[in-house]
Design a protein around this ligand. Structure first.
Ligand SMILES: Nc1nc2c(ncn2[C@@H]2O[C@H](COP(=O)(O)OP(=O)(O)OP(=O)(O)O)[C@@H](O)[C@H]2O)c(=O)[nH]1
Ligand SMILES: [Mg+2]
Length: 189
């Protein structure tokens, strides 16, 4: 079970799509996409044929009984897909890791966006400092917002110590292998 959290628009659904495309022939994988008021992300993944439709569940959180709805989606997936090894759970952007007990996840991934600026890591927060893997996405946009990737990297190392991070450009797939390897190393739904 992998929890994928991060601010709205940072690239969580795009990351899930990229991970699934690389892992779907290698292991039994499924997705639960939490959205506050829609099931847009699940619909996007189904339309794009990221995985077969029965492997993708959308949860409309509306802020209420979030955990219960996810637990029921997890049970449902496990019943439908025997031998399920990896479930990727996308947060609705409203701090999934804080609301889910970390015991539920084998791995937490926090996705931030370079376009938010190179001061972002310094501003900290639990996801940036303590997630099992920090993904710094949209590397390609750094020059357009005047963000320095090396400044970001220094700040991240200071904050996270030995905890891993990956810079990615999900438009080209640059950096994604690191993320896929981390998930494979902790595989087990
Ligand atoms: N330039 C660039 N755009 C990206 C990259 N990754 C994602 N995007 C774009 O960023 C937008 C938001 O990506 P999503 O994957 O929907 O982000 P999200 O975190 O799932 O968003 P919410 O579910 O609404 O919180 C989309 O238009 C993506 O195509 C990247 O590496 N570079
Ligand atoms: Mg999304």
């Amino acid at each position: 079970m992998v929890g994928i959290d991060g601010p709205i628009g940072s690239g969580k659904t795009t990351l899930i799509d990229a991970i699934c495309r690389r892992l779907r022939s290698r292991c039994e994988i499924a997705v639960i996409a939490n959205d506050a008021f829609t099931v847009e992300d699940a619909a996007f993944l189904i339309r794009g044929e990221t995985l077969a439709a029965e492997r993708i569940r959308g949860v409309r959180t509306r802020g209420a009984s979030h955990v219960a709805m996810n637990l029921s989606a997890i049970d449902d997936l496990k019943r439908t897909i025997p031998g399920l090894e990896v479930i990727l759970v996308e947060s609705d952007g409203d701090n999934l890791s804080a609301r889910f007990t970390s015991a539920l996840f084998h791995l937490t991934i926090y996705v931030v966006d370079v376009a938010a600026g190179d001061r972002l890591p310094r501003k900290g927060g639990a996801g940036i400092a303590r997630s099992d893997l920090l993904v710094v996405n949209k590397m390609d946009l750094a020059p357009y917002v005047g963000a320095s990737l090396s400044v970001m990297e220094q700040e991240i190392r200071k904050l996270r110590g030995p905890l891993p991070y990956a810079f990615t450009n999900l438009k080209t797939g640059n950096g994604i292998e690191r993320v896929v390897e981390t998930i494979q190393a902790r595989k087990s739904a």
